[in-house]
Design a protein around this ligand. Structure first.
Ligand SMILES: [Zn+2]
Length: 609
């Protein structure tokens, strides 16, 4: 996808402008979430033309049936005469007989603001391209032009990583891969631009296009925060990626009714939040830090498994523990380094990640590589049948994040002057700047190169990347004066998830392997009638029984399972929830060595450069 770009840019010359695909987009029924789209395909060979909607979207790994939201599909020739059109499969339309030019017109419905779908509304058109545009098979390498016609007097501007033209609403892409990777926001957004100088390079322009509920003062304050994140991440790599057309764009949509989401793209990110720019600036920053880091890790440092992106089926990658997990780690670490998190707040963030991994049964059965390969079933995937993911899946976001944490702390503790930043810089030089896609074996070799210790590097990948051994987080965090401990010591626990439906206490989904409920044989849908002979009608009844017991106590549990009542014994265990606490907040000594270790790790890197 990326390597194609430089050579294909040469194709976008005026003499070839007529070739390829041109889209005209208008919004006559925005109130009811419809757009009208006309796609013109030119200089076609005589073979039947097949046009289709995508089934996947860059950065989102489940398949999505985007064809379900287009209708009134019609084909005409260059002069406007109707052409026969056959629906060949759920996503594909065929025009068997045609001349050099075919126009396909259709109505698009879209009503979801996130990083994958499209929202057409009087307040904006929030367009993710695979959800919006059908495309022609065989024309993937040809240039694309898109012309928007915003509703009259809507005052919409356009924000996108697409290449602008002299006409304000007309943009181009060198080919289909770039076009599909270029989400576009049309609205009355606030715009801020600033320039960042790369060492030995022309200056790069960064843009914040934010559609929001706040004041221009809120935007300026928020911009200052975003710039801090940018500087801190630039300091890790020593430079920003050489963005195409010299520009990177934050497309941010902060409005009621949005889904919370962030999606990385080659020279932009699209972030949506159901929040307020007035009151939630710092919370919004977390997604910004994650997505901007993707500008290096995923958009330039790219797994071979995702090259090129396939828009017809799910894209599977065994590297998401690195692509997403290491990005997760650096997103939060950047917020600490930029001064948005103190030690206590950063420790809280680590608590969340460690709980998601160490208290997930899947961690003890499957590796980060295997979990990455599950993404097509979990990344905004929908299904009507239940899964056993609670027991066999650990998200590659926290899983990869704690692998990064283990590697960073191991390097800092075991190697003089070596940190995960050094490793990331080595990956950047070998695979990011060069845009040479990587494999897990490449990442392992680079760890050998950086550490000059093949025993350590090979063992780390064998145990924690290809295998599922859990690192000694307690010992590693102690180096930085952070205590990993049980958050609810001595508190009895039966297992998640127990909820209340009406006047019944029910097991709301599959029970977790190893938990008392699981051991006792209870599972999804079972109703707990009584515990320790106390009838249960609500959460208070349940808590009252728990409060009377200690871990290790065995009591009778009576439950209904599909119409039958059963009795068994259940043994309380200690609540497994973990927390990370700075030593100074836990009355544990914080040595000078620990203070220095922590400062080197969590302190700003901007001044170093
Ligand atoms: Zn991500």
């Amino acid at each position: 996808m990326k390597t194609l770009l430089s050579c294909l840019l040469l194709l976008v010359t005026p003499s070839l402008r007529a070739q390829g695909t041109r889209y005209e987009v208008s919004f006559p029924n925005a109130a009811h979430h419809e757009a009208e789209i006309v796609a013109t395909f030119s200089q076609l060979p005589p073979a039947p033309l097949r046009v289709r909607m995508s089934r996947s979207s860059p950065g989102r790994y489940a398949t999505h049936e985007f064809a379900k939201n287009i209708y009134r599909v019609k084909a005409t020739d260059g002069g406007g005469a109707p052409l026969a059109l056959v629906r060949a499969d759920p996503d594909t339309w065929e025009i068997p007989v045609h001349g050099e030019t075919v126009k396909v017109a259709y109505t698009l419905f879209g009503n979801l603001t996130d990083g994958t779908y499209t929202d057409i509304d009087p307040v904006h058109a929030h367009l993710n391209m695979p959800a919006t545009f059908l495309w022609a098979k065989g024309l993937e390498n040809q240039p694309v032009t898109v012309a928007f016609q915003p509703p009259a007097s809507a005052g919409w501007k356009v924000a996108t990583q697409l290449k602008p033209t002299e006409q304000p609403y007309v943009f181009t892409a060198p080919h289909q891969q770039y076009f599909m990777d270029s989400p576009t926001e049309l609205s009355n957004f606030s715009l801020r631009e600033w320039t960042v100088a790369n060492p030995d390079r022309k200056p790069l322009t960064l843009r914040l296009a934010i559609h929001h509920d706040g004041t221009e003062g809120d935007v300026d304050e928020y911009l200052g925060m975003v710039k801090k994140v940018v500087r801190e991440q630039q300091a890790i790599f020593g430079e920003l990626p050489d963005y195409d057309f010299g520009t990177y764009t934050f497309l941010q949509d902060v409005l009621p009714g949005n889904d919370g989401d962030g999606m990385e793209h080659r020279n932009s990110t699209i972030i949506s939040d159901n929040a307020s720019l007035r009151t939630d600036k710092q919370a919004l920053l977390s997604t910004v830090a994650h997505e901007f880091f993707h500008g290096w890790n995923v958009e330039r440092i790219r797994p071979k498994t995702l090259e090129p992106f396939d828009f017809e089926r799910a894209n599977m990658s065994g590297e998401l523990w690195f692509a997403e997990g290491f990005t997760n780690y650096y997103g939060e670490l950047t917020l600490a380094r930029a001064g948005f998190y103190d030690a206590q707040r950063y420790a809280q963030s680590l608590s969340g990640q460690l709980n998601a991994v160490l208290n997930s049964p899947g961690t003890y059965a499957f590796s980060p590589v295997e979990m990455s390969q599950q993404a097509p079933f979990v990344d905004a995937a929908t299904a009507v049948d239940p899964t056993n993911f609670a027991n066999v899946f650990t998200s590659y976001y926290p899983y990869g994040c704690v692998v990064a944490l283990a590697l960073d702390l191991s390097l800092r503790a075991g190697f003089r002057n070596l940190t995960l930043d050094d490793y990331l810089r080595a990956v950047w030089k070998a695979h990011g700047k060069t845009e040479k896609p990587y494999t897990v074996a490449d990442l392992q070799q680079l760890l050998i190169n950086v550490t000059r210790d093949s025993t350590f590097a090979n063992a780390f990948f064998r145990q924690h990347v290809r295998g599922h051994e859990v690192a000694d987080y307690r010992a590693l965090l102690a180096k930085a004066g952070l205590l990993l401990r049980k958050a609810r010591p001595g508190v009895p626990y039966l297992g998640q998830p127990v909820g209340v439906e009406g006047e019944r206490v029910v097991v709301t989904s599959g029970t977790l392997v190893g938990s008392p409920l699981y051991q006792a044989g209870l599972d999804r849908g079972d109703v707990i009638v009584s515990l320790d002979e106390v009838p249960l009608r609500n959460a208070d009844d349940y808590q009252t029984v728990l409060a009377k017991h200690q871990p290790g106590d065995a009591v009778n549990i009576r439950y209904e399972h599909r119409g039958t009542t059963r009795n068994t014994s259940i043994t309380f265990v200690e609540n497994p929830l973990l927390e990370v606490v700075p030593h100074e907040n836990a009355s544990v000594p914080l040595t000078r060595e620990m203070k220095t270790f922590r400062a080197n790790w969590l302190g700003s890197k901007v001044a170093d450069k």
